[in-house]
Ligand binder design. Structure first.
Ligand code: ZN
Length: 249
C-alpha cells in the first residue's frame, strides 16, 4: 500500500514556498500523475504530493526486483563504456591516486563491480534488495541513506578520495543533505562526481517516481556553500555530469 503525502518542503533548500511548474505541469507516477511544483526560493522542481518515504522504498523495491532480473542479465558494452568514462574523468581531475571510493546510492552495484579490481570501492543504498544483491557479489555495501552514513559514523569524515552520486539525486528526499554527507566524507582535495538525467527523460519515465529535480545552478550554489570547486561540467547525451573538488583549508 503506497501512501501519498503533501510534500512538506523543498528537498534542496528547505523552503516551503512553491509555485506550479508551468513548463511541465505533471509527471507520470505509477498509474497516475503528480502535479509538479517549483521551489520559489531555489528553483528545484518536485511534485506537490509524493509517496511517503517508506512507501517509496517499498514501491522501489518491488519494481526493482523485476527490473534487476532483466537488467543484470545484460551487462552491456554501452554501460561498460559509461562507467569507464566516469572513472577516466575522475582520474583526469584527481591530483593523486584514487585509493578509496564511496558510491552513494549505488543501485545494483553496476559501477562497483567494474572498478573493484583497481580501487578500494564500497557502496551504500537505502534499498535492502539491492544491498543483498551487492553483498552476494562480494562487494562491501552499507544499508541506509547517505546522511545516515555520516550521522551514524559508518563512514569517517575526511576519509575517502572520491564520492560518486550517479543518477541518484533525482530520487533523493534530501538532495542537499546527501551532497553535504558526500562532501563531509571526502578528504580535502577529494572529488565529488554527480550525474543527473535530463529532466525530460525523467519526467517520461513512469517508474522513476523521482522526487526532487535540482537544476544545475542549484547544484552549483550548493557546491559554493559547501566549499566545493567545480572542475568539470558537461551535458553528455542529455545527462549532466559534474565533478567538484573539496577545497583545502
Ligand atoms: Zn528550494
Amino acid at each position: 500500500m503506497i501512501t501519498i503525502e503533501k510534500t512538506p518542503e523543498c528537498g534542496v533548500c528547505g523552503s516551503n514556498l512553491m509555485i506550479p511548474y508551468r513548463e511541465y505541469p505533471t509527471i507520470l507516477w505509477h498509474n497516475g500523475h503528480l502535479d509538479l511544483s517549483m521551489c520559489k526560493s531555489c528553483g528545484n522542481v518536485y511534485p506537490a504530493t509524493r509517496p511517503t518515504e517508506t512507501s517509496s522504498i517499498i514501491s522501489n523495491s518491488v519494481l526493482f526486483e523485476a527490473k534487476i532480473l532483466y537488467k543484470e542479465m545484460m551487462v552491456t558494452q554501452p554501460s561498460d563504456y559509461y562507467y569507464k568514462r566516469v572513472v577516466d574523468r575522475l582520474i583526469f581531475q584527481s591530483t593523486s591516486t584514487i585509493r578509496t571510493l564511496w558510491d552513494a546510492e549505488c543501485g545494483t552495484g553496476r559501477m562497483l563491480k567494474r572498478i573493484r579490481n583497481n580501487i578500494h570501492a564500497f557502496g551504500s543504498t537505502k534499498n535492502i534488495y539491492a544491498c543483498n544483491l551487492i553483498e552476494d557479489a562480494g562487494i562491501k555495501v552499507h544499508h541506509g541513506y547517505p546522511h545516515n552514513m555520516m550521522m551514524d559514523g559508518v563512514i569517517a569524515p575526511n576519509s575517502v578520495d572520491v564520492v560518486t552520486m550517479i543518477r541518484s539525486l533525482g530520487y533523493s528526499y534530501n538532495v542537499s543533505g546527501d551532497i553535504q554527507s558526500g562532501v563531509e566524507a571526502l578528504r580535502e582535495g577529494g572529488l565529488l562526481y554527480i550525474s543527473l538525467y535530463n529532466f525530460s527523460k525523467m519526467k517520461d519515465n513512469p517508474l522513476g517516481g523521482y522526487l526532487n529535480y535540482p537544476r544545475r545552478h542549484v547544484l552549483m550554489s550548493l557546491f559554493t556553500k559547501l566549499g566545493v570547486k567545480p572542475m568539470f561540467t558537461e551535458t553528455i547525451d542529455n545527462e549532466l555530469h559534474l565533478i567538484g573538488r573539496k577545497n583545502t583549508r
